[in-house]
Design a protein. Structure first.
Length: 370
């Protein structure tokens, strides 16, 4: 059986004496019916060509036997071909065999992402945070520089990283590029990008981003390797990941000169954006935020952040109590999309302690991608 030209092939031969068919016009339909009985297998019958010049009769039991045999062979050949293709991809990317990451080999590292215009947090809320990531958005430079200076007064400057915005429209590019040049000239050398455009923008200034945010969707090891090839040393995993996939991504392949490694950073808490709009919902609002609910009684908050209206669930993503299962060594609390900065300290402390705040969800962590 041939599925596609140059694709997976399987053949079988069953010696069997055949007698002339009494109803030769029904032979093709009978053969097709036998080969369509594929049950819960992954296969579906496509084109079937019957070579029957003598108009012979084959018992249905024998047709079923041929079908079972050929599809067993086809499945075996497909599995072998897939294994070979995966090995070839791994070799091409220098991935090697996945090895489970060492558990508790070193203290966990935590990053905290905030909007640069977030009011300063108490120093005790920042204790244990290794890296502070500040999203600069499209804030005018005259307003942005005092905000960054304020954060430098409460957090070690060499542990602060600036993050480019997720969305930049063409009219916003000149001001963003100008701000970027000035900030780099003023000594801000550590950056995070949210997309490839941001990576290229930093490259035009002679810099490589230290990290990439979840929005680059490194959902497999090849994608992570591609980020590493761009010089990105760490990448935040998507909140849509499952535990099994996280395990695969936190496995450490053997070192390779061909493929440097980008270290995964597991998202522990986030109000993940569900909708991003240039305009506000058509309903009364105070110009800052709107509370919505759906037919199931779920609540949502739409707020204006960086010139756009961002809708998030009232129930944030959080897996603070499941971090030990994931095998990661780096974790992130992302409050850059969260409402109510006053509540930030009461979020950071329990999350770092392994206690999810009330009303959280774990997305696909336990469900898996299916």
């Amino acid at each position: 059986m041939l599925t596609e030209p140059d694709d997976i092939r399987a053949e079988t031969f069953l010696p069997l004496p055949l007698t002339p068919s009494r109803q030769p016009e029904q032979t093709a339909a009978a053969v097709r019916k036998a080969f369509e009985r594929l049950g819960d297998t992954a296969w579906q019958l496509g084109t079937l060509t019957l070579d029957d010049p003598a108009s012979c009769y084959a018992p249905p039991s024998k047709l079923n036997e041929v079908r079972r045999t050929v599809f067993e062979k086809l499945s075996e050949n497909w599995t072998a071909a897939r294994k070979g293709r995966c090995a070839a991809i791994s070799a091409a990317w220098g991935l090697g065999a996945a090895v489970p990451a060492a558990r508790n080999a070193a203290p966990a590292q935590w990053s905290l992402k905030l909007r640069a215009d977030t009011p300063l947090l108490p120093r005790d809320a920042l204790e244990g945070i290794d890296t502070l990531v500040l999203a600069i958005g499209h804030t005018p430079l005259a307003a942005l520089e005092p905000q960054l200076a304020a954060w430098r007064s409460v957090f070690a400057p060499n542990h602060i990283r600036l993050a480019l915005p997720l969305i930049t429209r063409t009219p916003e590019l000149p001001d963003l590029r100008a701000a970027l040049r000035t900030l780099i000239q003023n000594g801000w050398k550590d950056w995070e990008c949210a997309d490839l455009a941001g990576c290229h923008m930093l490259g035009a200034q002679g810099l490589t981003p230290i990290s990439s945010d979840w929005s680059l969707y490194a959902l497999n090891r090849v994608a992570a390797a591609e980020l590493a090839s761009l010089g990105i040393t760490s990448h935040v995993l998507s909140p849509e990941n499952s535990l099994d996939n996280i395990h695969a991504l936190t496995c450490v392949p053997p070192s390779s000169a061909l493929c440097p490694q980008s270290v995964p950073e597991l998202l522990a808490y986030q109000h993940t954006p569900l909708f991003i709009s240039e305009t506000a919902p058509c309903m009364p609002h105070d110009g800052a935020s709107i509370t919505l609910s759906d037919r199931r009684g779920r609540s949502f908050i739409t707020q204006k952040i960086d010139r756009r209206w961002i809708t998030v669930s009232d129930a944030p993503f959080c897996i603070a109590d499941r971090l030990a299962e994931a095998g990661a060594g780096r974790f992130r609390i992302d409050l850059s999309w969260s409402p109510d900065p006053v509540a930030f300290p009461s979020i950071i402390r329990p999350v770092r302690s392994g206690h999810p705040p009330p009303k959280t969800h774990s997305a696909n962590f336990d469900r898996g991608f299916s």
